[in-house]
Design a protein around this ligand. Structure first.
Ligand code: UDP
Ligand code: MG
Length: 309
């Protein structure tokens, strides 16, 4: 028998723990046919509701259910990493607790694994049910990201992914503190089959990602997988130097040819303001990378475990 580890990051998902289990277990006939043992690892990311209790209830009834409870909310990325570390399976699959990643896709995913793919990823082809403004910014982010990063990051890609042990080990080898899973998956490579499906709306509870949280996350993604913003900052600096040089020549020539009409202090103020704005912007970019490096060199643990079953 081979073992499949199902990793479920859960943050305040008390309503979904049981539903997810039921839904996953609908695949039992398939698991038997494919000769698969299953372990389900719920990673409770410091939930403030009864998520951990609900998982313990399940674990009491079913030995295949495991719980990893964090000491506080460390974020989904940390939960994913913990799940991968705990997974003992020959295969691992990452799934959201809210049933937006339908477990009914598993048989199809395994078909591709058996055909020889190392991992099977999913992307949603629609963003139905999502606020249009959010979809707009998401699309902008992916377009920008793929321009400035050499790692391929697929638009609409979900974290829902089935992979072989080899891929899991590669992901674990990337022990960086600033984790951006979508980029990490792309970075490790291997033959990946993409499955597409229509967006499924969250069954119960509400999304844990506010617009602001997503915005900060997108900055994490950019700084983790591209250094192009740093190049842009230097490029802008050079551009402004050239511009200033040309202006100086222009002013000297004008002075020599037409005397010295002392006017134009408003334009001077505008230029000073503009240049200091650009400087602060570039300094900000450098600061972003510096802060990430700072967090990285501290080598803090990615998560802390309070309880484990
Ligand atoms: N999640 C988590 N830690 C967090 C935020 C979210 O473990 O800090 C989990 C959450 O419980 C869910 C998954 O990540 O299983 C996806 O979150 P959500 O459904 O809120 O995101 P959305 O689908 O709206 O992008
Ligand atoms: Mg969701």
């Amino acid at each position: 028998m081979e073992l499949l580890s199902v990793i479920v990051p859960s943050y305040n998902e008390e309503e979904n723990i049981h539903d997810f289990y039921e839904e996953l277990m609908k695949n039992t006939p398939f698991f038997q046919k494919r000769e698969l043992d299953v372990e389900i690892i719920y990673v409770d990311d410091g939930s403030k509701d009864k998520t951990a209790e609900k998982v313990k209830e399940l674990a009491g009834k079913d030995k295949r259910v495991h719980l990893v409870s964090f000491s506080r909310n460390f974020g989904k990325e940390a939960a994913i990493y913990a799940g991968f570390q705990k997974a003992k399976g020959d295969y691992a699959v990452l799934m959201d607790c809210d049933l937006q990643d339908p477990p009914s896709l598993l048989p199809e995913m395994f078909r591709y694994i058996d055909e020889g793919y190392a991992s099977v990823a999913t992307r949603r082809v629609s963003r139905k049910g999502e606020p249009p403004i959010r979809s707009f910014f998401a699309r902008m982010f992916y377009r920008l990201m793929n321009k400035i990063s050499r790692t391929e990051i697929v638009d609409g890609a979900r974290d829902y992914r089935l992979m072989k042990r080899q891929v899991v080990d590669s992901i674990l080898a990337m022990a960086e503190y600033n984790r951006f899973t979508k980029g990490i998956f792309g970075w490790v490579g291997y033959e990946t089959k993409w499955l597409e499906y229509e967006n499924v709306e969250r069954k119960k509870g509400e999304t844990k990602w506010s617009f602001w949280k997503l915005f900060l996350y997108s900055l994490d993604g950019i700084t983790a997988f591209s250094t192009v913003p740093l190049a842009i900052a230097s490029f802008m600096g050079i551009l402004f130097c050239i511009f200033a040089f040309l202006m100086i020549i222009f002013i000297i020539v004008r002075k020599l040819a037409f005397g010295d009409p002392t006017s134009g202090w408003p334009s001077l103020v505008c230029i000073i303001l503009f240049c200091s704005g650009v400087q602060l912007f570039c300094l900000g970019i450098v600061g972003q990378y510096l802060s990430k490096t700072y967090m990285e060199v501290k080598k803090r643990p990615i998560y802390l475990i309070k309880e484990e079953i």
